[in-house]
Write a protein that binds this ligand. Sequence first.
Ligand SMILES: C[S@@+](CC[C@H](N)C(=O)[O-])C[C@H]1O[C@@H](n2cnc3c(N)ncnc32)[C@H](O)[C@@H]1O
Length: 278
Amino acid sequence: MQHRRLLFAVLVVLLCLPALAGAQTSTATPDRTPEQQIYDRYLAWLFGVPVEQRDAKLLERYRATLAQQGVTAAEIDRQLAVIERDGRRLEADRWNTFFTTDKPRFNVMPNLFLTQIAERRTPGTALDMGMGQGRNSIWLARQGWQVTGFDPAVQAMAIAQQNAKSLGLTLTTIEARDDTFEWGENRWDLILLSYAGCDPANVPRIEKALKPGGVLIMEAFHTDAAKTFKIGGSLCGPGELPHMFQGLRTIHYEEPIALPDFGQVRMRIIRFAAEKPR
Ligand SMILES: C[S@@+](CC[C@H](N)C(=O)[O-])C[C@H]1O[C@@H](n2cnc3c(N)ncnc32)[C@H](O)[C@@H]1O
């Protein structure tokens, strides 16, 4: 279970993110703590593992890889303990760093698919899971939505709050992960997962939390993209989402090759929108 949680914690992308280039190399860097370097090396390895092998045995596979590299048993135990104990905090740190660097390496504009679907709807309550620095939450708030966002990366959410304040908007931001957030029941008119993975554990949470008539909007990496690019996190398999969300009615599904919001080359992504029946 711990392995699965950790795998999901490693949300999304490494490719084309020079801001995170340190995470791709096993070379020690002086500005990284020993724990961060252990986690960096683990991620660099993880992003090269075929998607179908990113399962509950992941840490055991990593143990075997380290052993093959000649790392002693005691050192392997030490490194795996750091990953298990501190993985969540180190992952949040990674996103805090990513979102607080001066030169953004992602699309700072709101996600286009979100705007296309949300524009056609009457504003109500919106939830932005894994909101990052809030580009989408801010857009929704500007359209009149009452927005709550959550994320374990508190420095990223602080940027969202600063931007909201300067625009005279109100956002509710909560430090939480998908498995700790109180999603509620029949509470949201819109739930957004923008580059926030495809973890099946979130299906019952989302289906319960949406109001009848409420909409789920998702854009995420497709598993195909990981065949060619180094992408982490829980990816969406071919045709998976409409089947996963049996309690919702699909209103849009596509798997285009497109420029992702987090990445600098075109690859396969998924776009999914579905409504909870009234
Ligand atoms: C690629 S960013 C996407 C940010 C934002 N949704 C956007 O589109 O701009 C992924 C975000 O998910 C957050 N995250 C990672 N693990 C998470 C989890 N278990 N629950 C909620 N958010 C998580 C990260 O901290 C990061 O801010």
